[in-house]
Design a binder for this molecule. Structure first.
Ligand code: NAD
Length: 504
């Protein structure tokens, strides 16, 4: 593909880029180390959201493919993968990482076309997904059980063992990140993965799996694109899937959890969010505006931890609002393949319709629309939306309570610390929270009082392979990333070796 040899910025039109892909690559399911051929009956077309045109056809998997992948997974697990040492697995993953890095341009282009992300963001996320695989290959070598010195006549210790075949379901907003977050800890811990990416953006997951050919044993990594209600449901219901890891909406997370409960498979859920960012009166506004705008507008706001609720002290709200609106309007919305673009389209029509709906609801509820609230007009036929800011927002409004999953910021105000915390925590979600303050006592109290899985002071992030990431309340449980994720992909076996006094 041209993108592997040339600068992505020189790619030209979407049509050229798509033609390159279609000519050189196939996007079939990846099962047992092979592409499973698509036929006209069971394929779907993935769309480029910037131009609303098909990119390529993709295999649409159902329960038969899930069965095939799960059986292939168990076969390789029993025959060889479970006998591998941590070092052997680490080496194979690192070898794969090298190949993925050689294909970074290609994966970047696929991600940008499939999701509408600007190329620089797509590249950052491809690198992040690959780094995460590398991280787990590194830390697995020191992962293990522990010695328990509770007895003088028994040697008691724990062993960390894999589950076997793990089912993993990912959303469309960060395909390559989600791939690394799920596959890294699973394979490093000795499991076999069957991953179902979202049908809206499956290309990088399939391609990354293809690039593991002859490095990972056949069947260790399987990727099954398809509908959630078919492939996703079949995977979470499958009684030979010993663990289910799901990232997506609360609604579907509950369905996956119930399905897994039927065969007592443990579940980890990374779900939605409606994250607050509290701006105290002493905050450094340069820092706050920059981190909060990235927090809500990065990836067109299609971000689970999007900082979508600004809770701003009444003394500074006027200056904050003026500067924030200016920042929102400075985003360059447009073609993801244009290097000047800082915000691409929404990923699909449903998202676009949902934005329309929420912008109308906000105004009907009495919030004041300061900027945006409408499609961004371009020559391209995609799902572009203007960065949007609402003020005069009460926290019980729908736009402050429901996950919009688009570039919409709400601003409401507070006067005392307790009120700020109360508003921030008044949400079914608890994924992340941000705080702007120069006062360390305020910061320390907020860290303790905010009911969220991540709290960031004077910034929004970072999320790194080393940093556990997960939600409280309806945002889910069981962290991705960090050593914690490795724990979620390992079972603990307790061993007791009893011994007598020596008789000689
Ligand atoms: P979604 O819940 O609609 O879909 C997620 C995945 O589940 C997709 O692969 C889908 O095909 C599959 N699915 C659908 N029906 C299924 C079923 N019956 N059984 C099993 N699987 C099924 O979510 P989405 O629209 O793809 O993604 C957006 C959501 O994901 C947002 O709520 C966002 O906050 C959340 N998200 C959370 C995190 C996190 O780390 N907390 C990260 C990214 C996205």
């Amino acid at each position: 593909m041209a993108a592997t040899n040339t600068s992505l910025e020189e790619l030209g039109s979407h049509e050229d880029a798509i033609n390159d892909i279609v000519e050189e690559l196939d996007f079939e399911a990846w099962i047992d180390g092979k592409s499973v051929e698509a036929n006209s009956r069971n394929t779907f077309r993935t769309l480029d959201p910037a131009v609303n045109k098909p990119i390529t056809k993709v295999t649409q998997c159902g329960s038969a493919e899930v069965d095939a992948a799960v059986n292939a997974g168990w076969s390789v697990f029993e025959s060889q993968w479970k006998e591998t040492t941590q070092t052997e697995r680490a080496k194979r993953i690192l070898e794969w990482v090298d190949v993925l890095r050689e294909h970074e341009d290609e994966l970047t282009l696929l991600e940008a076309l499939d999701t509408g992300k600007p190329l620089s963001d797509a590249r950052w996320e491809v690198q992040g997904g690959i780094d995460t695989l590398e991280y787990y290959a590194s830390i697995i070598r020191t992962h293990g059980g522990r010695q328990i010195q509770a007895s003088t006549d028994a040697n008691i210790y724990t062993r960390k063992e894999p589950y076997g075949v793990v089912g993993q379901i990912t959303p469309w907003n960060f395909p390559m990140w989600a791939f690394g977050w799920k596959i890294g800890p699973s394979l490093a811990a000795g499991n076999v993965s069957v991953l179902k990416p979202s049908r809206y953006a499956p290309l990088t997951s399939i391609r990354a799996a293809q690039l593991s050919k002859d490095i990972l044993p056949d069947g260790v990594l399987n990727v099954l694109p398809g509908k959630g209600s078919e492939a996703g449901a079949a995977l979470s219901e499958h009684d030979k899937v010993r663990k289910v890891a799901f990232t997506g909406s609360v609604k579907i997370g509950k369905i996956a959890m119930k399905a897994a409960a039927d065969h007592i498979a443990p579940v980890s859920l990374e779900l939605g969010g409606k994250s607050p960012f509290i701006v105290f009166p002493d905050a450094d506004l340069d820092t706050v505006i920059s981190s909060l705008s990235t927090g809500i507008f990065y990836s067109t706001g299609e971000v689970c931890e999007a900082a979508s609720r600004a809770i701003v002290h009444e003394d500074i709200v006027e200056e904050f609002t003026e500067r924030f609106v200016e920042e929102a309007e400075s985003y360059v919305v447009g073609d993801p393949l244009d290097s000047d673009t800082t915000m691409g389209p929404l990923t699909n029509k449903e998202q676009f319709e949902s934005m329309k709906k929420y912008c109308e609801i906000g105004q009907k509820e009495g919030a004041t629309l300061l900027t945006g609230g409408e499609p961004y007009e371009t020559d391209l036929d995609g799902w572009f939306w203007k960065p949007t800011v609402f003020t005069d927002v009460d926290n019980d409004m729908r736009i402050a309570q429901e996950e919009i999953f688009g570039p919409v910021q709400t601003i409401n105000t507070f006067s005392i610390y307790d009120e700020a915390i109360e508003i921030a925590n008044d949400s079914r979600y608890g994924l992340a929270a941000g705080v702007g303050t120069e006062n360390s006592s305020i910061a320390q109290n907020a860290i303790k009082d905010l009911d969220a899985g991540s709290v960031w002071i004077n910034g929004y992030g970072p999320i790194l392979p080393e940093t556990p990431f997960g939600g409280f309340k309806d945002s889910g449980f069981g962290n991705d990333l960090g050593e914690e994720a490795l724990e979620h992909y390992s079972r603990t076996k307790t061993v007791g070796i009893n011994f007598d006094e020596p008789q000689i």
